[in-house]
Ligand binder design. Structure first.
Ligand SMILES: [Zn+2]
Length: 303
């Protein structure tokens, strides 16, 4: 980024915050010829959206909008033991009530199993995945007993398929120009036997980001650690790597992440303006008066 000429920030954004950085970055990005930007918000419908999910949704939406890009929504319901269609539809209704605008139809991961299968078979043909017979508790108690990468005994029950990452070292750059280096261990891309349709999030997210042409990923910083794994898989599948940007998390008084599993309160859609302003302030926006949802969006989009 050209640091010699920093555009002056709009009044409604406080400096030295996530929003301020994003706004400045977007001004520079738009100066490029033919900027390409496709962003996404990808909630998992294992519970209702909460204030933490709204912060991520608003962050990725504004990031996309200010960069002159497209914003897509993907329902990450690949884990059918935890996610339901009804909950996915509830989440989409909540987003619409709050005034988010996105492409239709929305992509659902449960409609993508044939694509995951095809890419898994490609990895298998390239010997980049191998079957693992270890249970979750075996892996936790004695990870050194896991020798499945060298081959498994005929007739043993296959519990998962792992991507052969071979402890490769992945370095990636975030939007602020900070470099992150991580070593990637073999990780699960599929559960169950070869012909079952039990796909892991790690595979689905990478296949879907490539399918949807996602150029910029904006998500909570709790998922930052999975970035190197995703990049390793993108390389194996000859996919481009998006630009990754992680948003600070909403934490409770004890400093813990506010998530569905910790009984985070449901979003207040009866008072949508207050709900949106709360997320806006968390990201670093100054308070402002607005009568309704339309006025909120008009104000924050035209900054
Ligand atoms: Zn194993």
């Amino acid at each position: 980024m050209n640091t010699h000429h920093v555009p002056s920030l709009p009044e409604r954004i406080q400096p030295n915050t996530w929003l301020a950085h994003t706004w400045v970055h977007a001004q520079t990005f738009k100066l490029n010829q033919n900027p390409t930007y496709v962003g996404r918000f990808a909630p998992s419908p294992s519970g209702k959206l909460h204030q933490g999910s709204l912060i991520t949704a608003l962050a990725s939406y504004l990031h996309a909008h200010w960069h002159g890009g497209v914003w897509r929504v993907r329902v990450e319901d690949v884990d059918t033991s935890r996610c339901t269609q009804a909950m996915g539809e509830h989440q989409l209704r909540t987003l619409r009530t709050l005034g988010f605008q996105f492409d239709e139809p929305v992509l659902w991961q449960t409609e993508r199993f044939s694509a995951y299968r095809a890419e898994f078979e490609r990895l298998r043909a390239q010997h980049q995945v191998y079957p693992c017979t270890c249970t979750r508790s075996q892996m936790a108690q004695n990870p050194s007993a896991h020798h499945c990468a060298l081959g498994i005994d005929e007739g043993t029950t296959i519990r998962t398929w792992r991507f052969r990452a071979d402890h490769q070292v992945v370095t990636w750059m975030d939007e602020a120009g900070h470099s992150h280096t991580q070593t990637v261990d073999d990780f699960v891309v599929k559960r169950g036997a070869h012909l079952s349709d039990e796909w892991a999030y790690a595979l689905a997210v990478v296949v879907d980001d490539a399918h949807q042409g996602i150029t910029h990923v904006v998500r909570g910083e709790d998922i930052r650690a999975s970035t190197a794994r995703q990049i390793a898989l993108q390389k194996a599948l000859d996919y481009p790597t998006p630009q990754y940007n992680h948003v600070p998390l909403l934490r409770n008084a004890a400093g813990e992440k506010l998530s569905k599993s910790e009984q985070a309160p449901e979003l207040d859609t009866l008072n949508p303006v207050d709900t949106l302003l709360h997320a806006w302030r968390f990201l670093g926006g100054h308070d402002f008066e607005c009568a309704d949802v339309t006025e909120f969006w008009k104000t924050v989009k035209t900054l």
